[in-house]
Every structure is written in C-alpha cells, then in structure tokens.
Design a protein around this ligand. Sequence first.
Ligand SMILES: [Zn+2]
Length: 323
Amino acid sequence: MNANLERRACPRCGSGDSEPRLASEDFMLGIAGPFHAAACRGCGLLFQNPALPAASLGAHYPEAYAPYSRRPLRPDPAALRYAKRRLGYAHLETARGGYSWRKPGGRAAAETLLLPRFVPGGKLLEIACASGERLEMLRDLGWRHCSGIEYGEAPALRARALGFPVHVGPVERALDAIPDGSLDVVIASFVLEHLENPFTLVRRLAGKLRPGGQFLFSTLRVGAPDFRIFGKYWYNLDLPRHYTFFRDEDLLELVRGEFEVEGRRCQAAPRDYTGSAEYRARRENRPFDRLLLKLGNRIRPACRVLAAMGWASRVCIACRKRG
Ligand SMILES: [Zn+2]
C-alpha cells in the first residue's frame, strides 16, 4: 500500500465512518497504488479514502495529463444560434450551418459547452482553466473580463500568454483573493471530482457570485452503465486524481443551499466504455472488452442514446445563485 495514503472524513456529512468499496490502480499514469474508494456509512457518498493528501498531488498532474493538451474549443453552429436567440448573444454574427440529426440540438450543445447567459461587461471566472482554451472561446463570444485559476504552472503560463489573469495554485487558496459578490459567472469543467471537499468549495464559490450569478459545471456521476459494468476498471474512476464520486443526490446536495438548478444534461463519450475496456483488458480477458475496443468510436451513436436517457456518467449542470 502507498505509505502516503491518509484516512479522511466524508466531505459531504463529516462522518469518519466509511466502508471500503473499490480498490484500484492508477491505470492512466501508473502511480504506485493501490488506491481506494469508500462509501460513507452516514450519507452514502463514494469518495477516495484513504487518499493521498491533495498537497502532494502536483506530481500526479504531469505535463502529459490529457486536459493540459492544447486544443481550441470551437462552438457548434447550433450552439451559437441557440446562444444568439436564447442566451443574450445578440451581438454575434449569425452562425452558419444547419441542424443535423447527427449532432445534438442547439440547447444541448450550449449546455454541454457550459455556455453562460451573456452579461454585458460581466466578470467570469473559470476554475481549472488549463491552457485557457475555454476562456479564449468566451472572449471571442464577447466576454471582456475573463480570469482563471489553474493548479498546473505550465498550462497556467500558457493561459496568461493569451492575455488572461490566471492565479496559479490550489483553487481553495486562490479564492481568498476574490472579493465576495464580485463575479457574474463561475465555470468549472470536470474539476469538482478532483477536489478534497467540493461541498465546502461550492459554498465558497456561491459567496463570490453576485445574486443571480451563474454557476456552470460538469462532473462525473456514478450509477450509469459504464460504472456498473466496469467498477474498479471504470475509465472515469481515475484514482488517485479523483476524490469524490457523485450520485445524483450528492450533486443536488452540492448546490441545494445557494442555487436554483436551471439545466442538466447528460453526456456519454465512447471513451467511457472503450477506455474502461482498455483498462480491464490489461488484467482480464473478456470478449465483451475486445468487441468494444474493436468498435471504438463507432459506439458514439449508442452513447448518444444512453445520454438522452440519462444513462451516462458525464453531467453538465447550470445553476443560478438565489437572491
Ligand atoms: Zn457522509
């Protein structure tokens, strides 16, 4: 067992009583494990326990970590048309390109892109902004006051080079410098699962937003078929980098105190299945996994159907601060 692992209390209810559920390894980067997920006996939350202290995690986000690879974000034409009509982006040129049955409609595309309603002169913060791809897209869409927080120094420097003020370091510390009630939008794309305590962090974020401010985030949820089929081989388990594995009721608890939920959209990526099959194939020999790996991205239409039914492990949630 990794000697640096420490026992933790449940981040949702504070209980120190939890039962082991999964032991897994770091399939992505190969850090010596095993690592563990436990279910709280108080509230049922699944979380990494025992876990590496977050302060030691820097070494687990090498430059090769996939989200740090620089890929421009290009909004879908359908998302732009929806944004222009429904989200206040009337200043945008009319987006070309028609609706296609192969692609989700405008609202779905805008929700999965975590596109906020436009606020002229508004202040927007992205948590874990990586190399600034999303901030760049939002600036192109008319947001003039965009800033970021990023844990990794190299991607943060790239985002700064694009002209964005970016705080380098843990989000919990970076928030100290932001005045309460000063932000119109906070965006967090697949980051809450990386935090030791997303519940206290979301409460703090609420404090930084003005009343009516928007909080848009995506994260991972357990309970979808990919998690049920693959368990400790689940691609999105990603131990030891993920600390919290939300059920829908945990996600509701996360925002219930301060926010109204305005939109919720599930997403499934072929990788949720093919990535999991790849991990399992390293330890077990199953025809089902070989089939998935052979099909590869051809399972995308099936993933769309599952997502439309809510059976998907990625979820995008749009909330508005009460008041
Ligand atoms: Zn608990």
